[in-house]
Design a protein around this ligand. Structure first.
Ligand code: ADP
Ligand code: ZN
Length: 613
């Protein structure tokens, strides 16, 4: 069925186990990274006909038995629509119910349910367990809910990155659908989130499956924010004509950067919660349909963005937790081809987050710790892949990743790091542990700012001690000392630097430390091969011709291009140049329905393109 319906030749890791849990009716929590193929784990079992007798000699299914359907809870309307569109293109009877539909559309869905003509029904949590939804649940139960899949299940936990109170109500489904097993799916892997999910949903002895969070096809880089636009430009230089997302910390920054990128000749669109709904929807649509290359967005963008050929994700400021970072950066390279994730940050980002969270009354202990973990990742001084994988509780087994700024040697160890560190620590001591990072950096750099002069700090012996270094490097060192526990940064409303016990000891001459400065990452296009990356040996011209065919079909059907075929599929076509429908079946991502619907269009294009020399 996997091959016939979806055109996949193998299961991805844990998909088979996850499907067995569903078919066996055992509750489960399935944690797979973004792009790991969670949807298939509940979509495929929904198509297995459980009422058909296993012994074919016993005859066909009694006419009275219902096949029933899988109920999928999904938080976002766009996500639902994409998945249902995708399933329909594959020839699966799927539907959704949400507030965007007219009542006649809804009636049609309900009629199909009652007639047992629906295999998967997507609903929002509000619709399923919101006010006055009891009758709705009763109706669903009568139509035969076989099992319930809860997508984005981390929304139930405040340790996740997208806590939604309405998810808490989902515990109700256990009572109202006692015969259906519950299956939670998420990309957030920490133990605390997993635990919350199992408790809140009242799962019974769930099978917990946690996939690997290693994404070898992604290259991670972290840069300290200097001249932001120049830094962004350098990243874009490595991705000419490719698409990506730039995440920003504020709406204003979104608008600024989007406008600037457009003035630089990029098809860039802004996306944030302050834009009217229809503008947002149209920008998202333009990105999905590949009419726009770059979306500049606040975190409001992206849940449910299933565009698989995102080649880069830039964060112009730090997100509020590694969970967020992994989620957002993880939108790159979902097709398994090489992609790049660049975090451009400064220590000020964390101060801003704290203030914002405090204002909203959301600065809980969990929020504080998550913010601290994010800061540690940013200022961290080891393999980024390894740092993320270990953060999510997985042992690291690969050695050097070959795909992060550390392993690519883009950061240089400072030769006399301990001396540099002592200079910084002594400056913090000289200003009596009463000033913030920017001030201390000014003193070290020998910048006689008004404040430095006023405080008499231009006379200190530490004034100008590091004047041969760049401001970004000095700030970077200070942040590394904070992250490494030699300095602490705390205080209201402006955090100040003070020495920790370890810092005082280092200053006195006990121990050593390492510091790093950024070298330049490659400017031009890089041919990087991650372990999971797939290299492309076909004709790029043919690939583009196939993309055009795809764009035409997508327009005709009013669906995003990736719903027709992924880039991976088109690349294989361009490499192997299938000539018959049979050949086409062997290509990744070509199921029977798609081959029948679209095969000729692509075969024609390949034929017209001519033979390779
Ligand atoms: P997730 O929800 O875990 O982020 P998706 O379910 O959207 O991931 O799957 C990501 C991509 O991987 C989709 O394009 C999907 O078609 C593809 N995919 C899923 N399972 C397989 C498989 N077994 N073989 C090949 N591709 C797969
Ligand atoms: Zn690495």
């Amino acid at each position: 069925m996997l091959h016939r319906v979806w055109g996949f030749s193998d299961f991805r890791p844990l998909q088979r186990e996850a499907m067995h849990a569903v078919l066996d009716g055992r509750d489960s929590v399935v944690v797979l990274p973004t792009g790991g193929g969670k949807s298939l784990c509940f979509q495929a079992p929904a198509l297995v006909d459980s009422t058909r007798p296993s012994d074919p000699a016993a005859g066909s299914r009694p006419p009275t038995a219902r096949r029933g359907f899988a109920l999928v809870v999904s938080p976002l309307i766009s996500l639902m629509k994409d998945q249902v569109d995708g399933l329909r293109v594959d020839g699966v009877d799927a539907a959704y119910l949400n507030s965007t539909q007219t009542s006649s559309e809804r009636d049609e869905v309900l009629a199909n349910l009652k007639a047992d003509r629906c295999r998967l029904l997507y609903v929002s949590p509000e619709r399923l367990v919101g006010e006055g939804s009891q009758a709705f649940r009763r109706l669903l139960r009568q139509c035969g809910v076989r099992f319930i899949a809860i997508d984005e299940a981390h929304c139930i936990s405040q340790w996740g990155h997208d806590f939604r109170p309405e998810y808490r109500q989902l515990g109700l489904v256990r009572e109202d659908f006692p015969e259906a097993s519950l299956h939670a799916f998420t990309a957030t892997a920490t133990e605390r989130v997993r635990h919350d999910i199992a408790t809140e949903l009242r799962l019974a002895d769930p099978l917990v499956l946690v996939g690997s969070f290693d994404r070898p096809n992604l290259t991670y880089r972290v840069l300290r924010r200097g001249s932001l636009r120049k830094q962004i430009q350098t990243v874009l230089g490595r991705h000419e004509g490719e698409s990506g997302i730039v995440y920003c910390g504020s709406r204003r920054e979104v608008e600024d950067l989007a406008e600037w990128l457009r003035s630089e000749g990029h098809e860039a669109l802004p996306y944030h919660a302050g834009l009217p709904d229809h503008v947002r929807a149209s920008h998202q649509e333009a990105f999905l349909q590949e009419r726009a290359d770059i979306v500049v967005a606040t975190v409001a963008f992206g849940m449910g963005i299933d565009r698989s050929n995102v080649r880069f994700v830039i964060h112009a400021s730090a997100p509020r937790s590694p969970e967020h970072y992994q989620q957002e950066a993880g939108r790159a390279g979902r097709d398994g081809l090489p992609a790049e994730c660049v975090l451009i940050y400064s220590g000020a980002d964390f101060v801003r987050w704290r203030q914002m969270l405090e204002q909203n009354g959301e600065y809980t202990e969990s929020a504080r710790l998550l913010l601290r973990d994010m800061e540690r990742y940013a200022a961290g001084t080891r393999c980024r892949h390894r740092a993320l994988v270990e953060y999510f509780g997985e042992p690291w087994t690969r050695g050097e990743c070959g795909a992060c700024d550390w392993c690519l040697r883009e950061l240089e160890a400072v030769s006399d790091a301990t001396t540099v560190a002592r200079k910084i620590l002594s400056c913090v001591a000289r200003v009596r542990q009463g000033f913030g990072l920017a001030h201390v950096a000014d003193v070290l750099l020998g910048r006689a700012s008004d404040r430095v002069v006023q405080c008499g700090h231009a006379e200190l012996t530490t004034f100008g001690l590091l004047k041969q270094e760049s401001p970004a490097a000095v700030r970077g060192y200070i942040e590394q000392l904070v992250a490494g526990g030699w300095l602490a940064r705390a205080g209201e409303p402006y955090p100040i630097l003070r020495l920790t016990g370890a810092g005082a000891a280092l200053l006195k001459g006990e121990g050593t430390c390492e510091l790093f400065r950024e070298l330049q990452p490659p400017k031009g296009r890089v041919r990087q091969r991650g372990d999971g990356g797939v290299s492309f040996d076909g004709d790029p011209g043919l690939f583009n011709a196939l993309r055009e065919v795809r764009a035409g079909l997508a327009r005709q059907r009013g669906v995003p291009p990736y719903v027709i075929f992924h880039d991976t599929t088109l690349k294989q076509m361009a490499e192997r140049r299938p000539t018959t429908l049979d050949d086409l079946h062997d290509i990744y991502g070509v199921g029977a329905k798609k081959a029948a619907d679209f095969g000729d269009a692509f075969l024609d294009a390949i034929r017209t393109w001519g033979r390779p020399e």
